[in-house]
Design a protein around this ligand. Sequence first.
Ligand SMILES: Cc1cc2nc3c(=O)[nH]c(=O)nc-3n(C[C@H](O)[C@H](O)[C@H](O)COP(=O)(O)OP(=O)(O)OC[C@H]3O[C@@H](n4cnc5c(N)ncnc54)[C@H](O)[C@@H]3O)c2cc1C
Ligand code: SF4
Length: 277
Amino acid sequence: MELLRPSSLEEATAALGNGSRALVGGTELVPLVRDGLVQADTLVDVRDLIPRGIDGSRIGAGTTLAELEVEPQIPEALREACRLAASPQLRNMGSVGGNLLQSTRCWYWRLKYPCYLHGGDVCHAKAGEHREHAIFGNERCASAHPSDVAAALVALGASMRTTSRELPVADLYRLPTDDNRDVAPLEPGELILDLDVPTPDSSVYLKAMERQRYAFPLVGVAAARTAGTTRIALAGVAPIPWLLASPEALDEATPLPRTAYKVDIARALVRRALEAL
Ligand SMILES: Cc1cc2nc3c(=O)[nH]c(=O)nc-3n(C[C@H](O)[C@H](O)[C@H](O)COP(=O)(O)OP(=O)(O)OC[C@H]3O[C@@H](n4cnc5c(N)ncnc54)[C@H](O)[C@@H]3O)c2cc1C
Ligand code: SF4
């Protein structure tokens, strides 16, 4: 395998695609390559090219979660989502851009079962072990999106700038379909450069997990209030970060036999989040 260190974004973009992948912290990509879940003959190290740091409402996509969790300027929901994610070592290496593009932790997917998300016809989790899986958007794939940070950014109404466009973070995500199984598709060679995170009047992130440290969200609830309007987004409940139209929308959940408990957790966390706001 080849490791490229381009000296400009233009060079990096040109080197991406066709069997090459962008590398920032490598906390997600390196294990996927090692386990054969991502086929790449070239890794393009863009760590020094992606903006890093915080400037008002702008956050460079190369900023680490560890840098964000101690930054008083950024909204509480994002700070707390970073603080509760992964382990200190991973937060020191992992970037916010890479966090948004992490793959599902579904064990069937990670074990390379030929499931729907891998391009097959069936979701093995729905008929099999699915205790940590989805309660929304789970018709074809019942995976649970693992990013605390994405839920916080969606609740905060953040947008992102890439090498080719600007879009709301929420619009990066789509449920997998028969013609495209990718839940966060970028164009070939497209890199996330930075995020614009509006400052709400108040915001909060609450996370239920198997243990109090170093665990993915069973359910994460981000809520942000701006000028009397509240946005709520959930992690760990659907194949993508899930924007909840209102607390009552939890009645529309479609839990699997062993994920109904997540609806109860989501109700409790949404109630607590709204009280906290
Ligand atoms: C054991 C473990 C536990 C974790 N627990 C949590 C958790 O509880 N909550 C949570 O939210 N996250 C969790 N994470 C995810 C962790 O936060 C991410 O792995 C990390 O943020 C990814 O950032 P990175 O810079 O290392 O990405 P990389 O591994 O370098 O890249 C990840 C992917 O994103 C692409 N990429 C990276 N940056 C860009 C960019 N700027 N533009 C375009 N493409 C890009 C890469 O090509 C690759 O496909 C966990 C990860 C691990 C391994
Ligand atoms: S939940 Fe999604 S990733 Fe997991 S087995 Fe089903 S289709 Fe595959």
